[in-house]
Design a protein around this ligand. Structure first.
Ligand code: ADP
Length: 585
């Protein structure tokens, strides 16, 4: 017989579990891909929306700024009309005009509205009431300036023709007859260094025909002009437009010189300047550029693309986990069902085979017995020897069949215990005497010295089977000429029946394995000795069925001690336990 009976075929669990894991990871990856694609498209859409919003904001600033400057031009033209109507407009007239126009209310960002005389010079500045001093060809002297606050009053008399940017704008204003704005300048009103840039818009007044450039140059008599700071205009526009304050930077620059006329920093996060939109405003011969820079807030918010991505990740992981859990649960169920089916088939097969084998084998035993006993005539010594061998072989066969039968019964839960008070001393003695022939064949002595009656409440048939198996194994796996010792003793409410041999022993790693069904551990003697690998399995089942066990102590090549532990009162049937306790054990 092979050392190991074929095992029931199992599912290839590791590869099935790996497939399930792969499917779950696949679900997760697909989920993540969808989530990232979705997040990406949301991010792209957000970017588009955000850029469009920036653009709208820039256009809003641009149109408000253009509107304000248009208003300034209207004021200038009205002022020019005043001079046209009254060429000898006095300072008082000018003040009245300023008040009538309600300019400080309508244009709060306007710094001043003035009149400057054009004076063809040749003489010293002071002769014309102009400053700074010096002798120049022409002067454009500030004559009236409203409102008459401290800064404006202090700038009366200033010759604006002196400074290059003003000069340039004034020249253009003369030649064009249109309102012309200076490039950014430092205002005379601003005494402090580093003050914000100012701008002036000049509209020339003529004293005579002004259709051609020479006529204009000939007849120019002065200018109405406006003073303002682009910064003030922008501040009022931005404060009137709250949506500009949302994590952005708004700037206004002079396009040609790149001077910064306004900067409003409304960043709430340091890395706010992600995208920008800008527009040019071309007015009064100057071009300004409005720029708004900002970063889309949605990107970092929970409902933004990043939030969606993480949410997608969590959902994908969750779905992946659910898929994994459900598939593993189903796999486990299928496996359990499969194992149960296999076990049941095995048991049925075992029961069927052993029943079918037992009847003919028992018949053979009877016939051989009759033949061997000489009931049909005496046998020659050779015939006798053959008949004896056939009988012994048949007995071993029956033994295995019986083991199979008991195993199948045990597995079907059909082993019925009928405990009685039994004397283990007697049982051991009987078993030893039954085995004398087997022991003698190997020249082995089984030593058992106990005279005391060790009593237990147990099923004596099964106890006998267990002890038979232990002693039979001890003989089988001992070397010829050695001794097997059987001892009985009480220990902690149980009786220990130890069978010790000095045979081949069992390696430590196999101590548990030898109790498995059909498991035989090959050793130097197992080739000569028959066996099914069922004996110890059955013995342990029976011992445990009594609430006891079989213990092993063994060293390879040194020998083994197998100990049957039986509770004094087998824990099987309550009624019998009560009955047994009444008697003294
Ligand atoms: P069998 O003896 O029919 O093979 P068992 O279930 O009784 O089956 O024993 C299982 C295995 O345990 C044996 O094949 C043998 O390797 C080992 N074994 C059992 N008893 C002993 C012993 N006393 N000494 C050494 N090995 C043993």
């Amino acid at each position: 017989m092979k050392s190991r009976a074929p095992q029931a075929k199992h599912y290839n669990r590791p590869s099935t579990a790996t497939t399930i894991l792969a499917i779950s990871v696949g679900v997760f990856v697909v989920g993540m891909t969808i989530a990232s694609m979705f997040a990406r498209s949301v991010a792209v859409q957000n970017e588009i929306d955000f850029t469009a919003r920036l653009d709208q904001n820039v256009v809003a600033v641009q149109s408000q700024l253009a509107g304000e400057l248009q208003g300034y031009n209207t004021v200038l033209r009205a002022a020019a009309a005043q001079f046209a109507a009254r060429p000898d407009t006095t300072a008082e007239d000018w003040t009245k005009f300023y008040q009538t126009m309600n300019i400080d209310r309508q244009y709060p960002a306007l710094f001043g509205l003035g009149y400057a005389e054009y004076l063809r010079g040749g003489g010293a500045a002071e002769e014309y009431g102009a400053w700074p001093e010096g002798v120049r060809d022409a002067y454009v002297r500030i004559s009236y300036l409203e409102p008459q606050n401290e800064e404006n009053t202090s700038s009366i008399g200033y010759d604006m023709f002196l400074e290059a940017r003003r000069h340039e704008a004034i020249q253009l204003a003369i030649n064009s007859g249109e309102p012309i704005m200076t490039a950014p300048v430092k205002l005379v009103q601003d005494k402090l260094a580093g003050s914000r840039y100012g701008s002036l818009i000049y509209l020339a007044l003529y004293d005579g025909p002004s259709s051609t450039v020479p006529e204009r140059q000939e007849n120019v008599k002065g200018f109405v002009y406006l003073v303002f700071r682009p910064h003030d205009v922008m501040t009022s526009i931005v404060s009137n437009t709250p949506r500009l304050h949302d994590n952005s930077v708004v700037t206004l620059k002079n396009k040609s010189g790149n001077e910064e006329l306004y900067r409003g920093d409304f960043l709430t996060k340091p890395d706010g300047e992600g995208r920008m939109a800008s527009r040019d405003i071309a007015t009064n011969h100057q071009t300004w550029t409005v720029t708004i820079a900002g970063r889309d807030q949605a990107i970092s918010e929970l409902y933004g693309p990043l939030g969606l991505f993480f949410l997608g990740g969590i959902v994908s992981a969750f779905v992946g986990f659910i898929v994994y859990a459900v598939l593993m649960y189903r796999l486990r169920r299928v496996e359990r069902q499969y194992e149960e089916d296999v076990e049941q088939t095995k048991s049925e097969l075992l029961a069927l085979a052993s029943h079918q084998l037992r009847t003919p084998a028992s018949g053979v035993k009877q016939y051989l017995g009759i033949l061997r006993d000489g009931s049909f005539g005496s046998l020659t010594p050779a015939q006798q020897s053959l008949a004896d061998k056939a009988y012994a072989t048949n007995e071993r066969q029956l033994h295995v069949i019986n083991d199979l039968l008991y195993v199948s019964k045990a597995e079907a839960g059909q082993l019925h215990m009928e405990p009685i008070i039994c004397n283990l001393t007697e049982i051991v003695r009987d078993v030893i005497s039954h085995m004398t022939a087997q022991a003698k064949q190997k020249d082995i002595e089984v030593v058992f010295k106990s005279s005391r009656a060790y009593k237990v409440v147990a099923d004596d048939r099964y106890v006998t089977m267990i002890i038979e198996n232990l002693i039979s194994n001890a003989i089988k796996y001992s070397h010829p000429g050695s001794k097997v010792y059987v001892t009985l003793r009480y220990r902690a409410g149980a009786v220990h029946c130890a069978v010790r041999d000095s045979g081949v022993g069992v390696d430590m790693k196999d101590h548990e394995r030898i109790f498995n069904k059909f498991d035989r551990v090959p050793n130097v003697l197992s080739h000569h000795e028959g066996g099914s690998g069922l004996g110890l399995y059955l013995a342990r089942q029976l011992a445990r069925g009594h609430g006891g066990d079989i213990l092993i102590e063994s060293t390879l090549d040194k020998g083994s001690t197998f100990t049957l532990v039986l509770p004094k009162v087998a824990m099987i049937d309550h009624d019998i336990l009560v009955a047994a306790k009444d008697k003294t054990l």
